[in-house]
Design a protein. Structure first.
Length: 255
């Protein structure tokens, strides 16, 4: 006569399953995490629709040749911004994770800029053409016309040419800009100890509006990266030029 003997799973396995289950429960009870998961799922849906559809194709340049200085500046941007992104991933994601066994707050923010903020870049044209990139930059079209409800015109090879280097801009340049903003607030607090949160936020906002005006309006756009050609003239500077910049962008960037 034989008898069955129950074998209990190792304690480490039970503890691991229990901890993962508890973590999942905490995650689903966090409204911010739930909203983030929904947004991420929407992004995956849109990007998958774009990549598997006809719009995943380059938008080529027109017949007008680019000046040599502009070609050189665009290639320099693509290389330098990509290298900066790689450095940020190593410095703020990989190194702290290897050292501490978990991602750092800055590392999560860097990844968040890539996963969430980059996606919204072409959405300024959701209701119609407001800005466009120089199609000389390496691109495979954009996911704009794969977003439900978009009214901006666009077909395969004739749409907003979202450059691949914008994937490096957000977790690179813009991420570092947020760290610069915290530095500005620390310095402001040290100089004006009685200044409260509202004053610090206002100071940081003014700094970023100015920062964006200089970076976009007087550096990136005059070098030929993109233009806000469709923005109303009364909101813009450099009207009548290929590097037209709308001040609305600066006010939005500051937020």
């Amino acid at each position: 006569m034989t008898s069955a003997v129950a074998v209990a799973p190792p304690r480490d396995d039970v503890a691991g399953v229990t901890s993962r289950t508890a973590a999942l429960r905490r995650l689903t009870r966090d409204p911010a995490a739930v909203i983030g998961a929904i947004i991420l799922a929407f992004e995956i849906f849109v990007v998958a629709k774009w990549v598997t559809g006809p719009n995943f194709t380059p938008v080529h340049t027109g017949v007008t040749p680019l000046p040599g200085w502009m070609t050189a500046s665009l290639i320099t941007m693509e290389i330098s911004f990509t290298l900066l992104w790689f450095w940020c991933i190593w410095q703020f994601v990989v190194k702290p994770w290897r050292r501490d066994g978990r991602p750092s707050t800055d590392g999560l923010m860097c990844l968040g800029f890539f996963a969430f903020v980059w996606f919204q870049d072409p959405l300024a044209d959701y209701g119609g053409p407001v800005f466009t990139y120089n199609s000389y930059l390496v691109n495979v079209g954009s996911w704009l016309n794969s977003v439900p409800g978009v009214t901006a015109p666009g077909t395969a090879g004739h749409q907003l040419p979202e450059p691949l280097w914008t994937a490096a801009i957000y977790p690179g340049v813009i991420f570092l800009a947020t760290l610069l903003g915290t530095w500005v607030m620390r310095k402001t607090k040290a100089r004006f100890p009685k200044m409260g949160p509202v004053g610090l936020i206002g100071t940081c906002y003014a700094f970023f509006v100015t920062f964006d005006l200089i970076l976009e309006g007087f550096v990136l756009m005059p070098l030929g990266a993109y233009t806000y050609a469709g923005a109303p003239n009364w909101t813009s500077i450099h009207t009548g030029h290929f590097y037209k910049y709308t001040l609305v962008e600066g006010f939005a960037f500051g937020v």
